[in-house]
Design a protein around this ligand. Structure first.
Ligand code: NDP
Length: 327
């Protein structure tokens, strides 16, 4: 067995490069994971491209997600051979992440992969899919029923959006998908959307209150898109928001909250408590159609990540990208 391997590091100059590491280079954490797959999320794009200073310590092995098999453990919760995954918890920010065939991980960050999923399927879900589940659960927990009206999903061709459509549709909700890529209408309808709105219909200056359209919103875009969506949420509805692909501002107003009792619910995946994660992964196992997920997923080698990082921050990636860290 060779004791060196190639990992994707962001160096002290914030340049992402494949570098040769050995196990001795890995951080001093209690569980050694033979990583099989990682993923590409928007945040990975920001970290690897250097578009945003995601990596707080350098050098940093990027990759906010990982899935693989435990090969050494000093922690009683995990044994050699266990199939595990990690999402967020500061991977790629303060802790080395998944763009490496081997990684030592804090056991507090690890979950057992649900039996329904292979490690590749777990990473086809990844942070994007798990965050989609958090948003959908926020809508369900607010008491919104399929009979209350359609759910709007923004940034819908992206990773979070694509999985949110699959989940909402499986749960019986009518889904309207907002996209800047109307040529992807066929893809979005295959995932479960029943109608499409174009990005420009939302990314504009909105009135304080507009016609009530949505019982709920899953928003990955922010800015004018979210402000317009909020002005269209029905009485007692909810916007579950997780992303800022369109900008980090929110040029809206108070009217939806004080006149329509609308809830604006933030959804964070990175520091979500373990119980929230366990529930989300159990719900993903219950509701996600894995054959549909496969149609929205491609697998790419680790060497392609720097190029893919540029593409995802330019809004050019469709669905989910799994990274095979061993190829
Ligand atoms: P993707 O790049 O896969 O999807 C983002 C989508 O947003 C794009 O596909 C595009 O959809 C749309 N978009 C891109 N740029 C713009 C723009 N300028 N204006 C309007 N729409 C735009 O990213 P992810 O799905 O992985 O992540 C989506 C967002 O959610 C990101 O901001 C990410 O950081 C955030 N996120 C937050 C998490 C949390 O814990 N809070 C966890 C995971 C993600 P289309 O082509 O259909 O218009």
């Amino acid at each position: 067995m060779t004791d060196t391997f190639q990992a994707l590091l962001v160096d002290e100059n914030r340049e992402a490069k494949l570098q040769t590491l050995s196990i001795a280079d890995l951080p001093d954490e209690a569980v050694l994971v033979d990583v099989e797959y990682s993923t590409l999320n928007f945040k990975d794009g920001l970290a690897v491209s250097g578009a945003s200073p995601i990596c707080q310590k350098l050098p940093m092995v990027c990759g906010i997600d990982l899935a693989g098999t435990v090969s050494e453990s000093k922690d009683s919760r995990f044994n050699i051979g266990d199939k595990v995954l990690a999402n967020g918890y500061g991977l790629s920010e303060r802790h080395w992440g998944g763009y490496s065939p081997k990684q030592r991980v804090n056991p507090d960050f690890l979950l057992t992969i649900p039996a329904e999923f292979s490690s590749q399927q777990a990473m086809a879900i990844g942070t994007a899919g798990y965050t989609a589940m958090l948003c959908v659960n926020a809508i369900r927990d607010h008491g919104v029923l399929p009979s209350d009206g359609p759910i709007l999903v923004t940034g819908s061709v992206g990773g979070v959006g694509s999985v949110a459509i699959m989940l909402l549709s499986a749960l019986g909700y009518e889904v309207t998908a907002a996209t800047g890529r109307p040529e992807q209408e066929g893809y979005l309808k295959t995932l479960g959307a029943s109608s499409i709105v174009t990005r420009g219909e939302l990314a504009r200056k909105s009135k304080p209150l507009e016609r009530e359209l949505w019982a709920g919103v899953v928003d990955t875009v922010g800015s004018t898109t979210l402000a317009t969506a909020l002005s269209q949420v029905k009485y007692n509805g909810i916007a579950a928001v997780c992303g800022l692909a369109g900008g980090l501002d929110l040029p809206g107003n108070m009217m939806p909250f004080i006149l329509r009792n609308v809830r604006l619910q933030g959804c964070d995946s990175v520091m979500a408590p373990m119980a929230v994660r366990v529930r989300a992964w159990a719900d993903l196992a219950a509701y996600l159609d894995l054959s549909l997920l496969a149609t929205a997923t491609i697998v790419e080698p680790l060497s392609r990540v720097p190029t893919l990082a540029q593409e995802i921050i330019q809004g050019k990636v469709k669905g989910r990208v799994v990274i095979d860290v061993n190829s």
